[in-house]
Design a binder for this molecule. Structure first.
Ligand code: ATP
Length: 235
């Protein structure tokens, strides 16, 4: 984290790792005449947890989608661990795309209803030709997000929102991303499920040193969870 990383000696090369995420002067939207994000900059240092706070409709999710390379900005630059993003969505290079894990607010919109929870979690491994890792990663991840019993064999319509969101978090972690983006991950959940998911994220971050961008409108939750909280628009 920048607060605890010693500054390099004057004249010495800067040996600090590149920030996990650098958004510079991002303008983005859906309708060309009215951008929803205007000239926003935001940095998440290597291993840092940043909360992005703002009222409903202000553009937080749009910015989060730009950071996850899921939405092309009209202008500005995105860097992930120092690597500039030159493509978005299907044009994003695989090694950049897979370095970010994303969890959205509504698991039912984010999960293929035809897949069992086991297949849902393993999907990114299969899609990236790493099927051989499934037998090892699946039980380990299911345990880390608290999915036990026969839940892994069920389909989304056979589980609760909280159980499905646990599976979506496991899917976001399965490729061991360097940056995790949680966009209102706990907004639809009861307090104990929300606490369990935050604990699972923190356990992952402790083990991997991963960075976090947590988007939300609960200042108390983000303040407890993150190293710092930024009010949107940031920059
Ligand atoms: N796919 C879309 N097409 C057109 N407009 C959109 C689309 N997605 C979002 N918007 C609009 O962009 C603006 C910002 O939306 P966004 O979801 O980024 O805000 P938010 O701050 O994350 O809100 P919330 O906290 O309610 O999720 C809103 O006015 C919204 O209606």
């Amino acid at each position: 984290m920048p607060e605890t990383t010693p500054a390099p000696a004057p004249g010495a090369p800067d040996a600090r790792p590149a920030p996990a995420l650098e958004l510079r002067d991002i303008t983005a939207g859906y309708d060309r005449r009215t951008p929803v994000v205007r000239g926003v900059s935001l940095t998440v240092a290597d291993g840092e947890a940043v909360g992005l706070l703002g009222p409903s409709g202000c553009g937080k999710s749009t910015l989060a989608r730009v950071a996850a390379l899921l939405h092309r900005p009209w202008s500005g630059t995105v860097r992930l661990s120092g690597r500039p993003a030159r493509g978005f969505r299907h044009r994003a290079p695989r090694e950049l795309r897979t370095s970010v894990g994303v969890v959205f607010q509504q698991p039912r919109l984010a999960a293929d209803p035809r897949l069992t929870l086991a297949d849902l979690i393993a999907e990114p491994l299969r899609a990236t030709g790493r099927r051989a890792e499934v037998p090892e990663r699946l039980p380990e991840l299911a345990a880390s997000v608290g999915l036990g019993g026969d839940l892994l064999t069920r389909r989304p319509h056979e589980v609760s929102d909280g159980q499905l969101q646990r599976a979506c978090l496991a899917r976001a972690l399965v490729l061991r991303p360097e940056l995790l983006i949680c966009d209102e991950m706990t907004a639809m959940l009861d307090a104990s499920t929300a606490a369990a998911l935050v604990a699972a994220v923190e356990e992952y971050r402790r083990a991997r040193g991963a960075a976090l961008l947590a988007v939300g409108h609960d200042r108390v939750l983000l303040g407890r969870w993150c190293d710092r909280v930024v009010d949107f628009p940031a920059g």
